[in-house]
Design a protein around this ligand. Sequence first.
Ligand SMILES: C[S@@+](CC[C@H](N)C(=O)[O-])C[C@H]1O[C@@H](n2cnc3c(N)ncnc32)[C@H](O)[C@@H]1O
Length: 204
Amino acid sequence: MKEKWNERYANEAYAYGEQANEYLKQCLIQFPPGKVLFPAEGEGRNAVFAAQMGWEVSAFDISEEGQKKAMKLAKKKNVSINYQVGDFKNMNFQKGEFDAIALIYAHFPAAVKSAINKDLAEYLKVGGLIIFEAFGKNNLELKKQDPAIGGPDDIDMLFSMNELIADFPNFQIIQLQEVEVQLQEGLYHNGIGSVVRFVGRKES
Ligand SMILES: C[S@@+](CC[C@H](N)C(=O)[O-])C[C@H]1O[C@@H](n2cnc3c(N)ncnc32)[C@H](O)[C@@H]1O
């Protein structure tokens, strides 16, 4: 798994581009800056954008090559981010540490993805936000028609709205939808994809 990502990120070009994900941008600018965590942040496009917007940024990913590219992008944009290399289970953030957690195409293995969402919620303050965009289960059919859209081939790694409702039961839902969107993100997300978008506020 880690080898696949290191190989992808060893390329000079940014796999998902240097620009942050559009939904992340739209959502993040609506809230006052605080402390934000980016799990599975790859080459750092979203983390760097948040730092440019004045957020104090933590990020992690299993890929060392991802970290190198993220730090290079941060230097280019003249911002600082705290980016750790490792698996979620080896991270030790504090309960209630973050004002926001942004899960952008954080496609963890199917067997652990719900457990990770539930554990991540613990790191959020009451009143804190989850901002989420990732491929939905409907993306499988779209990917068959146009592989350039990318995303996992395992339906259990893809998301549904009901899974998010179950993973974040103590959240006020600000937005939740599965929609088809046009993506143009670097080398690997190009075309019409089906994505689940969620913004939720932790209530207790
Ligand atoms: C599709 S990429 C998304 C990268 C980034 N969030 C973005 O939107 O550009 C998925 C990322 O998940 C990371 N990943 C997969 N399993 C992981 C795990 N168990 N712990 C941390 N990161 C993981 C991969 O290394 C990869 O960078």
